[in-house]
Design a protein around this ligand. Sequence first.
Ligand code: FE2
Ligand code: FE2
Length: 300
Amino acid sequence: MEDLRFVMTEQKAVEEIRRAIEKAPLLSANAQRLMQITADTDHELGDVIDIVKCDATLTARVLRVVNSAAYDLLNPISSIDRAVSYLGERMVTCIAIGDSVGNLMNRPMAGYQAAAGELWRHDLFTAFAAREIARCARGDMTIDLAFTAGLLHDIGKAILSEFLHGSAENLVGDIDAGHVENYLGGEKKLLGMDHAEIGLELAKSWQLPTPLQSAIAFHHEPQRAPEEDRLLVYAVHLGDIIAMMNGFGTGSDSMQYQLDQGYQDYLEFDTKQLPGIILEATELFRQAEASLTQNQETES
Ligand SMILES: [Fe+2]
Ligand SMILES: [Fe+2]
């Protein structure tokens, strides 16, 4: 494929990107409902269990995950109520998202020089790190919402990647030379849209709750998020950087973004807490990754 910066005008690129967004897989109705319910601070675990019970495929997958070797249970769990309680709503949401748009998130991303599965692993690590960071919130927040936001924050890359093909080195060069501030700026300069804007378009088409839309749209620029969503957005912002610091990036754009120090107004987070947060996120990530991978292998 030729370097698109020479063959495509910005307007044409934006048109093609919008067409690709329209053609992107849809989120399943139950994944959508799960995200709407869990974004509501008043919801109960029973609401999540009710959705899973009405979906035979999701029920089967949740039971497979909880009974996978990764959780090392003494006795298998056969009740969906117990399975959901054990895994927590974050893992149930993760399974539902993986079921409907997992292929999109597992694609190789040549535009970012990232192999198949790298985006999914980056998103999953970010999700756990964001959830740990959310525990430091100065205000009220549902920590599992930070997990879901982390899981979806870079979804725009799955679309943008094919338009960036062949441009990664030029983009990093532009940042080094100071022509653009960061990778996001490079994407925008090259194609007229960046992965955060594309993610927002997808989030709107999937009818995600507005806090999740904000986390996707502003995860690199939290100060631009609406005030009411900024705590969540900062949790994802830090979770994202922690994932990249730990080697869970997405190829060429890893560590090509700035840390926004404004998080201190929203999170009582001290860098001394970082090793503990990384340790916890890494352990949960490994367990989740193993349980989900085993789940896929059993089915194939
Ligand atoms: Fe991003
Ligand atoms: Fe990211």
